[in-house]
Design a protein around this ligand. Structure first.
Ligand code: NAP
Length: 266
């Protein structure tokens, strides 16, 4: 999760930054790419993560961060403390991005109640808890933006990820409901990525697997984390001032055309 203070003057920086998107170079997951992008925009940024290794790495690679806070988003008390710490460090929270997510590849018939709770606890309850804590602060100060990370798996079926897909479908429904309740004070949107080539994802693929998945995506490749980060930056900005209550899909047309989207590139 990334909390940022989004300064008004960053709009110009965002437009100038268009050439920076392709230059980003990767080497990070979506959360780190998003923190990088918001720092480039001139924002004040705090990152939350439960993993000591991830916190240490991101603190080293992004020394401009205002805080790298230890929190498990599925834990209610830790979320309250972390959001409080982020407000203390940055003065306020203008934008919160719910990015933490986990998935376990398994057949539906094998999912245990513990695994179901774990996946839903991070991916859906985590979004609820962070969004609620941030929204209380935003409503009190009269403005804010909440951006949630969904997935194309939340709106189409994929085998072996029933719990993950159910959690992401929940994120979409939660986003729509929050947008109605919090309008016009807080804008709430979801970003729904298709396949994104994060370092962890790349490590799970052999070259042949990567090639096979790429050939099933009409664009012929995975998204880069920086491309998802750019969508977050747009939705956080005042250029998106009338955008609320929707899901913004970035998937290289993976889900656009039903069977037509499964055209295999030669
Ligand atoms: P990632 O590299 O695994 O990053 C996820 C981060 O969230 C990790 O640093 C992870 O830390 C952290 N995290 C996990 N559980 C947490 C918890 N309970 N509390 C706090 N932090 C926690 O994954 P990513 O690919 O960038 O994914 C980011 C988001 O995009 C996820 O919500 C994912 O579902 C979504 N998404 C990804 C893709 C894709 O193709 N990559 C596609 C669609 C949607 P740990 O190291 O401790 O796990």
């Amino acid at each position: 999760m990334v909390c940022t203070s989004y300064p008004k003057e960053s709009i110009d920086a965002r437009l100038e930054g268009q050439e920076r998107i392709g230059r980003g170079g990767g080497g990070s997951g979506i959360g780190q790419a998003t923190a990088t992008r918001f720092l480039e925009e001139g924002c004040t940024v705090c990152v939350l993560d439960r993993s000591a290794e991830a916190r240490e790495r991101v603190a080293t690679e992004l020394p401009a961060l205002s805080g790298v806070i230890d929190a498990d988003v599925s834990n209610f008390e830790q979320v309250q403390a972390a959001v409080g710490e982020a407000i203390e460090r940055m003065g306020s929270i203008d934008v919160v991005i719910n990015n933490a997510g986990i998935s376990i590849r398994h057949d539906f018939l094998d999912i245990t109640p513990e695994e179901w709770d774990e996946v839903l606890g991070v991916n859906l309850k985590g979004v609820f808890q962070v969004a609620q804590a941030a929204a209380r602060h935003m409503v009190a100060r009269g403005s804010g933006v909440i951006l949630n990370t969904a997935s194309t798996g939340g709106s189409t079926g994929y085998p072996h990820y029933a719990d993950y897909n159910a959690s992401k479908g929940g994120v979409i429904a939660l986003t729509q409901s929050l947008a109605l309740e919090l309008a016009p004070v807080v804008r709430v949107n979801a970003v729904s990525p298709g396949f994104v080539l994060t370092p962890m994802q790349r490590a799970e693929y052999s070259d042949a697997m990567l090639d096979a998945v790429n050939r099933k995506i009409p664009f012929g490749r995975h998204a880069r984390p920086e491309e998802i980060a750019a969508l977050f930056a747009f939705l956080a900005s005042e250029d998106a001032g009338f955008a609320t209550g929707h899901v913004y899909v970035m998937d290289g047309a993976e889900t656009t055309g039903g069977l037509c989207s499964q055209w295999t590139h030669e």
